[in-house]
Design a protein. Structure first.
Ligand code: PMV
Length: 323
């Protein structure tokens, strides 16, 4: 049996809009390069072993029909890639953080699942050989399960362009404090959102601006300059949400409380924390020091509340074989 632990990542430059594809190996390739920070406290743990029939549990419950098909396809994809027979597996996956709430659980899930399924099909020795010498095989397989999973196999700062990822050579301890304003599943899946994004009139201009924004963001990471990084994060998150709002059909992921919180912090001239958002109403606050007490005070003054998840940068998955 193998046990794999992987963490989600928070995108600093977003993957929102993907290339059309005809072959499965070209699935989930962003229309632009993206860049993220892998987290560490939020974790998906996947255990996998050979079994007489397929048996999949997610957070201790049988997997939902649509996830079952996706997972079964993923096992077949991995078997095909390594030219191995598709075996039947017992897989259990669980999250230590609230699922489907804007902490990207599909990224950590597909990172962990890809490694765990591969280990079961390949066997220990071959798995270690591929892991050490051709990690990009696992990264590309994880990406085909869920695009952003490509950035969860390494850390902390991962740049993803087309079929390649690169770990940026910078060490900088950053925190991500997530304000969970809503735990209900989003109405428009990111799969649909990616399709609608290029239909926004803002999208072509966004693609033009992104190269410079990404360069400046990489410089901020290199210099460890939070006041240079922060405004870029916010500009990028705002732009993605404006693309969402102006796509066809339009999507509004932010809730009233989320907007209230954002407009309050935007008024503060001097702050040591900055926000970013994914496809949801939950706010990720990036800072160099813990800021949870400051955030609680702001929410109290606004008379709004949120569940809080405190996280920080991480270095990618860990795994162990057990008997
Ligand atoms: O990997 P997906 O299809 O769930 O897309 C992720 C989209 C965002 O989280 C909004 C942005 C990103 O780059 O992670």
């Amino acid at each position: 049996m193998i046990k794999v632990i992987a963490s989600p990542n928070i995108a600093f430059i977003k993957y929102w809009g993907k290339k059309e594809f005809t072959q499965d190996q070209d699935r989930n390739i962003g229309l632009n390069p993206s860049l993220s920070m892998t987290l560490s406290r939020a974790q998906t743990t996947v255990t996998c072993r050979l079994s007489e029939t397929d048996h999949f549990l997610v957070n201790k419950a049988p997997v939902k029909e649509k996830d079952l098909i996706k997972l079964s396809d993923h096992i077949q994809r991995i078997a095909d890639f390594f030219q191995l027979p598709r075996k039947t597996l017992h897989i259990e996956s669980s999250n230590n953080f609230p699922t489907g709430t804007g902490i990207a659980s599909s990224a950590s899930a597909y990172a962990a699942l890809t490694l765990a399924i591969s280990a079961c099909l390949l066997g220990k020795e071959r798995f270690i050989e591929v892991y050490e010498n051709r990690l990009s095989d696992f990264i590309n397989l994880a990406r085909r399960g869920s695009g952003s999973a490509a950035r969860s196999l390494e850390g902390p700062f991962v740049y993803w362009n087309d079929k390649k990822t690169q770990v940026l050579p910078y060490q900088w301890k950053l925190y991500d404090t997530v304000l969970i304003f809503s735990s209900t599943e989003k109405k428009v899946s990111s799969t649909d959102g990616h399709k609608y994004a290029p239909l926004s009139p803002l999208f072509p201009e966004r693609l033009q601006k992104l190269e410079l924004r990404t360069q400046k963001l990489i410089q901020a990471l290199e210099k460890q300059n939070l006041h240079q990084l922060g405004p870029l994060l916010e500009e990028e998150a705002d732009e993605m949400h404006n693309v969402m709002r102006s796509s066809t059909p339009p999507i509004e992921y932010q809730s009233a409380e989320c907007r209230q919180f954002l407009s309050e912090i935007k008024k503060q001239a001097q702050r040591d924390f900055y926000y970013t958002l994914d496809a949801g109403p939950n706010v990720h606050i990036i800072s160099e020091k813990p800021v949870v007490e400051i955030l609680k005070k702001i929410m109290k003054d606004l008379d709004i509340s949120a569940e809080i998840w405190e996280d920080e940068q991480g270095y990618g998955p860990s795994w162990e074989f057990t008997n």
